[in-house]
Design a binder for this molecule. Structure first.
Ligand SMILES: C[S@@+](CC[C@H](N)C(=O)[O-])C[C@H]1O[C@@H](n2cnc3c(N)ncnc32)[C@H](O)[C@@H]1O
Length: 286
């Protein structure tokens, strides 16, 4: 007997399956159970969220019910929605994501906004993204600044495979570099160096949500001294007047700002994310 036949809750109409799905995801501790339920159902039915409501009396087939049950069970185990859907929106792009890479976050869209503002006056800026992961920052910059020549660096060969697939998928051209940021940064001169480095401290990881703690790559999250190493190395390879843009932990902007000032950077700017937290620090190499 198929799962869907046994589980009548997930083999009825669109409007009928959403409440029990939502209840199961809420019981599992998911933060936005209704939204997750809608996105999973829309994924199985190959439509959008609005499509669900346009055809809300549609009866799910047995195959659809089974597929839905599989995805729902994955989400109940707190696997990130982005990994289950296999793709995630970032600025104007839809990127492939899987457990090889961090899921791109809304605050990182703010990082890209600041980076684009820094290179806006330049026709062909040379840009380095340190710790590119899915390629989110590098690709969004290449997508939104026509002349930008962007290099994407990561120490994870697995992450670079995803970034490469995303470059092919989006049609954005990048240079890729598999390297360890603690070995220094590639010779510039760079007009812009941008990074969302790993900044979770080893003793903080246990307190994070299961989606992050149990599923996202540890190398993308935990990092001691990565921000400082990037800042030191960037000073040597940025051109004069070149800009460094860094994402920082929600409570770390003041400390990072003072560290950057101590290295000799000037024109320090802190930008808040959409939740009002100080998440982006930028500065200029004199
Ligand atoms: C927080 S994730 C950022 C991913 C992506 N830039 C984003 O914002 O979604 C940090 C990235 O840095 C990479 N990384 C960690 N340690 C590194 C190191 N020592 N050298 C180079 N890359 C490193 C990880 O593999 C991961 O892709």
């Amino acid at each position: 007997m198929s799962l869907a036949t046994r589980n009548t809750e997930l083999s009825s109409t669109v409007v009928q399956v959403l409440p029990p799905m939502t209840a199961r995801l809420a019981a599992a501790g998911c933060e936005n159970p209704r939204l997750d339920a809608e996105l999973l159902l829309a994924h199985v039915l190959e439509t959008g969220r609005s499509g669900l409501y346009a055809d809300s009396r549609r009866v799910l087939t047995v195959d659809e019910g089974e597929a839905l049950e599989t995805l729902l069970a994955r989400r109940e185990r707190r696997e990130p929605l982005a990994y289950i859907l296999g793709e995630w929106g970032f600025r104007r792009l839809t990127l492939e994501v899987d457990p090889r890479v961090l899921v791109p976050r809304p605050e990182t869209e703010v990082v890209v906004g600041r980076a684009l503002a820094a290179i806006a006056p330049l026709t062909e800026p040379c840009v380095l993204d340190v710790g590119t992961g899915s390629g989110a920052i590098a690709l969004a910059i290449a997508d939104e600044h026509e002349g930008a020549r962007v290099t994407a660096l990561d120490s994870s060969a697995a992450a670079l495979e995803v970034a490469l697939a995303n470059a092919a998928r989006t049609g954005c051209e990048l240079e890729f570099l598999c390297a360890d940021l603690f070995d220094g940064l590639p010779a510039g001169p760079w007009d812009l160096i941008v990074s969302n480095p790993p900044y979770v401290l080893p003793d903080e990881i246990g307190a994070l949500e299961p989606e992050v703690r149990d599923w996202e790559p540890r190398v993308a999250l935990v990092g001691v001294g990565a921000t400082e190493a990037i800042a030191r190395a960037a000073f040597d390879v940025l051109r004069e007047g070149g800009v460094l843009v860094l994402e920082v932990a929600y409570d770390d902007a003041a400390r990072v700002t003072s560290f950057l000032r101590g290295l000799g950077y000037r024109d320090l700017v802190v930008t808040r994310d959409l939740a009002g937290r100080e998440r982006v620090v930028e500065c200029t190499r004199p």
